[in-house]
Design a binder for this molecule. Sequence first.
Ligand code: UDP
Ligand code: MG
Length: 228
Amino acid sequence: MSLLSVIVPCYNEEESVALFYQELTKNDPFFKEKEIELELLYIDDGSKDGTVREVKKLIEQDSRVHIVSFSRNFGKEAAMFAGLEKSKGDYVVMMDVDLQDPPSLLPEMFEWIWQGYDSVATRRVTRKGEPPIRSFFARRFYHLMKKISQTEMMDGARDYRLMTRQMVDAILSMREYNRFTKGIFGWVGFKTKWLEYENVERAKGETKWNFWKLLVYSLDGITAFSTA
Ligand code: UDP
Ligand code: MG
C-alpha cells in the first residue's frame, strides 16, 4: 500500500467542494487496483462562505477527507505550503478545487511516476475561455521570466503536479516567505515529465484573482527567481 495526499486550496468555494470530491473519487477503482490509499486535504484559505461546512459534510461520510482552516485569507501559495506540511503521503498532488485541474489525468500521471519520474507537471496548451487581457499579461510574464531567470518556468504551467515524497521534502526545506511555487518546483530540480492539456473552464463560481493580485504575484516570481 502507498499513500497519496491530495492538496486542495479553497477560498470561498462552497459550490465546488463536493463536485471536486465526486470527480476525484471517480478514480477510486484505479486507486484500489493499484493499492493507493487516499488522504484528501482541503485547505480552507480563510473562506467567508460555506466552504468549511461543505468540507465537514464530506468528513462525516468519508474518513479520508481532512481540513486545515486558516483564520484569514493568506493566499493560494500559503495554502499549498500548509498542505505540503500536513501531507503524509508517499505521493502528493496539488489540485485546484474548481476542476480546472482534471482529476481524470491522475492515472496517467502515476504511470509516469512508476516509469521513474520524480514529478509529473501539467501545462495548458490553450488559454481558451480566459479573458484576453489576462492571457496577454501571462504570456509577457513567462517571456520575461525566460529571459531573466535561471529556473525553468513553462508558459501555461499549472500548479497541478504529482510528486514523490523526496521532492516534497526538498520543497519543504525552502522556507521562503513570499513563495512562488512555480519557480520553486523547477528550482529544486528532480526529473519532471510535462503533460499537456486543453484549458478547462472553472466548473462553478468565479476566479479568485484580479489584475492587482496577479501583478503582485508575478513580482514575487521575478524577485525570487532572477537577479534582475
Ligand atoms: N485560492 C486560494 N486562495 C486564494 C485564491 C485562490 O486558496 O486567495 C484557491 C481557489 O479556491 C482555487 C485555486 O486556488 O482552488 C485557484 O484559484 P482560481 O481558480 O480562482 O484561479 P485561476 O484558475 O483563475 O487562476
Ligand atoms: Mg481556477
